[in-house]
Design a binder for this molecule. Sequence first.
Ligand SMILES: Nc1ncnc2c1ncn2[C@@H]1O[C@H](COP(=O)(O)OP(=O)(O)OP(=O)(O)O)[C@@H](O)[C@H]1O
Length: 210
Amino acid sequence: MLVLSGTIGAGKTSLTSLLAEHLHKPAFYESVDDNKILPLFYKDPQKYAFLLQIYFLNKRLDSIKAANADRESVMDRSIFEDSLLFHLNADLGRATNTEVDIYDSLLRNMMQELPEATYRKNPDLLIHINISFETMLERIKKRGRSYEQIANDPSLYDYYKELDQRYTDWYANYDKSPKMQINGDALDFVEDSAARQQVLQLIDEKIATL
Ligand SMILES: Nc1ncnc2c1ncn2[C@@H]1O[C@H](COP(=O)(O)OP(=O)(O)OP(=O)(O)O)[C@@H](O)[C@H]1O
């Protein structure tokens, strides 16, 4: 299982389709636009933070189970980033210590590898698309999902800034599988076909070492 990661607007969904097509492997997406809880969460984070995480956890376990038929299937987001986001929200007072404890132990339980299991739940390779804070803000604006706009809610600026910082630390400390980073500022794999080829080649080279 190849798993994409990266902050909001990094290009996870786009690279998932490019990579799956390139490898002739199935892609697994977490659909954002039909997530009914996400807009509620942005409107009232304190009320919906925990429910949103339970929703994501459940969905991502579904995807992991489905993706496991193939070592090179591609997933558009890792379950670990949900935990990063939840801890950020908890530190902002949007979840209680009890909710955090329950979430953490549920995640650990779900992701524990059992010796008799027929498949692994952790990635075979984690691919992190690294974009700068400025690029993240540009992408959020360009894509225009209303609940993500700083113009509608100025407090989101600090939220995104903190998220950006936590992603850097999270990737540096990630140790659940082999990992690699793509420079998403320098290599615009959506708009630029030469950059796209370069990114796919970098990933091919990494897969060959696994
Ligand atoms: N676990 C979570 N907790 C809180 N918000 C989340 C969580 N997961 C996703 N989100 C929110 O859902 C939205 C979509 O996030 P995500 O990064 O998965 O997709 P994306 O922005 O479409 O990514 P990309 O452009 O890289 O494909 C963002 O507003 C993000 O903050």
